[in-house]
Design a protein around this ligand. Structure first.
Ligand code: CP
Length: 347
């Protein structure tokens, strides 16, 4: 019954899905992971094509989608904007250089079975919601499911893989589990905030006690923060913030430590992105790093998570990344299983 309800659905934001639908996807992902390990092959998407439109670089997302659709019997077609005509919104047309999204979406709908899109950051001149608007424009015109491979606001596939990893490590009921999500330093001022949004939003369905720590000048999107608060309240968890990095570690079961941009130095809060100012701000907080000293404050069985790619020596030390507490490899692998579930259920 639930599986039927997901067929044909777009996968753009976790906020479009009920807790039960999220559980269905996670259970499917775990079953597909077990079956792969046991050598049981499922050609659930035999003869089907996934178009993968990447406006930004990727290692995990591209390879997990491409391997995933192949393992399910289908084909992943990698599309780079530089090798096609740029799909654009109305009003942004350049003769014979661009093609309206309304037209591209309908053309691809006649040739394949889903369209996956990554578009954020430089690809949209740091307009906060433009990537999401473009993905939604594809969904408006496509007659096949559209999957969000990350925009400036959401990274729903990452959120699913993150919670799948938590389930495997700590069980399905995350009530009582402390998830410390912290901002960390990076030498880059372009690292997305979407993974922070979706790891906390996804975990909020399962009653985790979430704390988000960051320097005082930083914050997540207040609308998403509100949604996380509502969700934890409905599911038996808590949500707090702190300007002290140590609060993310003390007695934590999971520490998710990663850099993200300063929203207040980007549009719509600024006319143009203020990256120089952001770099100066970040430089004040070089000691915001996941290291062994901080990890000792967490529970002895605690795990470190990061969506990757990480900046070693800036966001996290080699000792933690290469140590027994790192769950990052499992987390990265789970992108494959989570996305196979998303594709199998929606396509
Ligand atoms: N975590 C993640 O989305 O990785 P990529 O940017 O390599 O796809």
């Amino acid at each position: 019954m639930l599986t039927k309800s997901l067929k044909g659905r777009d996968f753009i934001s976790l906020r479009d899905f009920s807790k039960q639908e999220i559980i269905t996807i996670l259970e499917t992902a775990l079953a597909l992971k077990t079956d792969l390990a046991m050598g049981r092959k499922h050609k659930l998407l035999d003869g089907k094509t996934l178009f993968m439109l990447f406006f930004n670089a990727s290692t995990r997302t591209r390879n997990s989608f491409e391997s995933g659709i192949f393992q399910l019997g289908g084909h992943g077609n990698f599309l780079q904007p530089s090798a096609t005509r740029l799909p654009t919104l109305e009003g942004e047309d350049v003769p014979y250089k661009t093609e309206r999204i309304s037209d591209v979406a309908r053309v691809l709908s006649g040739m394949g079975d889903a369209i996956a899109i990554r578009i954020l950051g430089d690809a949209v001149n740091w307009s906060y919601d433009k990537g999401l608007r473009i993905i939604k424009e594809f969904a408006k015109w496509a007659t096949i499911p559209v999957i969000n491979m990350e925009d400036n606001i959401y990274h729903p596939c990452q959120g699913m893989a993150d919670v799948m990893t938590m389930w495997e490590l700590f069980g399905r009921d995350l009530r009582g589990l402390k998830l410390g999500v912290t901002w960390t330093y990076s030498g880059s001022t372009k690292k997305p905030i979407a993974p922070h949004h979706d790891v906390m939003y996804a975990a909020s369905f399962f009653g985790a006690n979430i704390i988000y720590t960051k320097p005082p000048e930083l914050r997540i999107d207040p609308e998403i923060e509100k949604a996380i608060k509502e969700n934890v309240e409905a599911n038996g968890g808590t949500y707090q913030t702190s300007d002290n990095i140590e609060d993310a570690f003390v007695d934590a079961d999971i520490v998710y430590g990663k850099n993200h941009v300063c929203l207040d130095l980007l549009p719509p809060f600024q006319k143009e992105p203020k990256f120089d100012e952001m770099a100066k701000l970040f430089d004040k907080y070089k000691d915001w790093i996941v290291n062994e000293k901080y990890m000792k404050l967490a529970k002895s069985q605690s795990k470190y998570m990061h969506c990757l790619p990480c900046e070693r020596g800036m966001e996290v030390t080699d000792e933690v990344m290469d140590g027994p507490q790192a769950a990052v490899w499992m987390e990265a692998e789970n992108r494959l299983h989570a996305q196979k579930a998303i594709m199998a259920l929606t396509m």
